[in-house]
Design a protein around this ligand. Structure first.
Ligand code: PEP
Ligand code: MG
Length: 573
């Protein structure tokens, strides 16, 4: 049994599918004359195999992820059919007497360099495609397997690390659970897993060294434990735990249609869901979400080879807004950077990507990208109750600049005779300490705040949210974090506005009573957490929650705060 970080709840038992980074060793030796034809044959066969694989992936992706996500594989297939590209490699094998893998890798490298150096965004996007296709051909020449996240049977994925887009691609019917060497609880990989209700344990350091393909694995996402080839007794215990957990979830879901109000009915809050794609709306509604408190639009921009057009974005936003109507939905403008990269945008290599060129900073440097997105949101706003939210705001100047672009978008639409919701609310994420401290200044520019604790905690405590070695220091109940949250809520209420929270802390049951007592108006979380938070809110009176909040704010140590909350909750029950 290995202990890691509990990233997504639930218990699953199944066979391991190990994803190991593949070592690709290019053979750079010269090829003798009589073997040249053999190398060309190896190349042709690898191209044939790559086509077959891509066709299969494309078909599956079309069925399971939709036509837009499958489009990228179509673009890859076109490269494999480009005679200029293929001939160049064959000719290199012949004229330079080198191996098929060496020639492919050199030609691809050359194209990637040329395309990357062009100013044209479109050509830069092609560079990423050629690189992907080139790697596939080389792997097929060398007989190294090419992994994808589409499986024919149910598996438990064991990997060094998974990107958020790997997780987004996972099919819940095929991926039972996953475990990784790296990662923290608030990495986007973990957040996606919670939304998809895929149990996960991360930060296991060397699980990929300990597990073999096909091993029987138990993932306990509640406790953060992975058991490899458990004995009969352990297996039986986990089967019972899994049944009990599913029964507990079923009972919680009975609260679905009840309001999130305190037992004395003196305080009612809104419980909303965080979503990453339109397909998450189903889970949000099933878990009783009263709205979407955070739509992470980044995923619309990922897993593709070009920026999404205004029309594509409009369709996605409209779908989500319509499906959630009349419930409110807060659409966050593009928050790329940090652990979310776009292969087709020329993003700088950064030492501190979470403190780098990301989110609103990038969007203000590329107003064309922001304006396209704002136009799409505005156009979709007439189909329900949409709100706009800017991420990573550090001061009021950024809000003013973003709002100026929003106004331009509105003026353009007016001139074009296109209607939009004129009263659409605009808010910001409070996730940088400077914003939390100056909430009284920022509140003048916005209609609402939403506290992004995932980033707020990492910046306040200087604890990288992705780093498994310091995850014990990542403390939501640190007095500094609680004081900042209180300051933001109070500043908004003083100005007659409201504050929500869309960081993972909103779904952390050890913080529910404190946040409720501090006056938080909206809690937005991974949808499956909604029922348990609702249960706690309904079990408290408003006075009890206020008392717990006051006590928490007067205490010195997170551990004492956690114990106090537990004792108070015990006493109330
Ligand atoms: C946050 O930082 O709390 C947040 C909700 O944004 P993200 O997790 O996408 O950075
Ligand atoms: Mg954030």
């Amino acid at each position: 049994m290995i202990k890691g970080i509990a990233a997504s709840p639930g218990i699953e038992i199944g066979k391991a599918h190990l994803i190991k980074p593949q070592q690709v060793d290019i053979n750079t030796e010269a090829v003798i004359e009589e073997n040249i034809d053999g190398e060309i044959k190896r190349f042709d066969e690898a191209v044939g195999l790559s086509k077959l694989q891509l066709k299969q992936i494309k078909e599956k992706a079309e069925k399971e992820l939709g036509a837009d996500k499958a489009e990228i594989f179509g673009a890859h297939l076109m490269i494999l059919e480009d005679p200029v590209f293929l001939d160049e490699i064959v000719s290199k094998i012949k004229t330079e007497s080198i191996t098929a893998d060496n020639a492919t890798s050199q030609v691809v490298k050359n194209y990637v360099e040329i395309f990357n150096n062009l100013e044209d965004e479109y050509m830069k996007e092609r560079a990423a495609d050629i690189k992907d296709v080139g790697e596939r051909i080389v792997k097929n020449i060398l007989g190294v397997s090419t992994d994808s996240f589409i499986f024919s049977e149910k598996v438990i994925i064991i990997a060094k690390d998974l990107t958020p887009s790997d997780t987004a691609q996972m099919d819940k019917d095929k991926v039972l659970a996953f475990a990784t060497d790296m990662g923290g609880r608030t990495s986007h990989t973990a957040i996606m897993a919670r939304s998809l209700e895929i149990p996960a344990v991360v930060g296991l350091v060397d699980i990929t060294e300990k597990v073999q393909d096909g091993d029987l694995i138990v993932i306990d996402g509640n406790k953060g434990i992975v058991s490899i080839n458990p004995d009969e007794t352990t297996l039986k215990e986990y089967e019972t735990l899994k049944r009990d957990y599913m029964e507990y979830r079923r009972q919680l879901k009975e609260l679905k249609d009840l309001p999130a109000e305190t037992g004395d009915k003196l305080r009612r809050v809104e419980l909303s869901a965080n979503i990453g794609t339109p397909r998450d709306v189903k889970g949000a509604i099933e878990n009783g979400a009263e709205g979407v408190g955070l739509y992470r639009t980044e995923f619309l921009y990922m897993d593709r080879d070009a920026l999404p057009t205004e029309e594509e974005q409009f369709e996605a936003y409209r779908e989500v807004i319509e499906k959630m109507a009349p419930r409110p939905i807060i659409i966050r403008t593009l928050d790329i950077g940090g652990d979310k990269k776009l292969s087709y945008l020329d993003m700088p290599e950064e030492l501190n990507p979470f403190m780098g060129w990301r989110a609103i900073r990038m969007c203000l440097d590329r107003p064309d990208i922001l304006k396209t997105q704002l136009r799409a949101i505005l156009r979709a706003s007439i189909y329900g109750n949409a709100k706009i939210m800017y991420p990573m705001v550090s001061g009021s100047e950024e809000v003013c600049r973003a709002n100026a672009i929003l106004n331009e978008a509105k003026q353009e639409l007016k001139a074009e005779g296109i209607s939009f919701d004129e009263n659409l609310e605009v808010g910001i994420m409070v996730e940088i300490p400077s914003a939390a401290v100056t909430a009284d200044i920022l509140v003048k520019e916005v209609d609402f705040f939403s506290i992004g604790t995932n980033d707020l905690i990492q910046y306040t405590l200087a604890v990288d949210r992705m780093n498994e070695h310091i995850s014990h220091l990542y403390e939501p109940l640190h007095p500094a974090v609680l004081r900042l949250i209180k300051n933001v809520i109070d500043a908004s209420h003083k100005a007659g506005k409201w504050t929500g929270m869309c960081g993972e802390m909103a779904g952390d049951t050890s913080a529910t009573a404190i946040l409720l007592g501090m006056g938080l108006d909206e809690f937005s979380m991974s949808a499956p957490s909604i029922p348990q938070v609702k249960k706690i809110i309904r079990s408290l009176t408003y006075e009890e929650a206020q008392h717990i909040a006051q006590k928490a704010l007067s205490m010195d140590k997170p551990e004492d705060i956690r114990n106090m909350v537990e004792q108070e909750m015990e006493r109330i029950r």
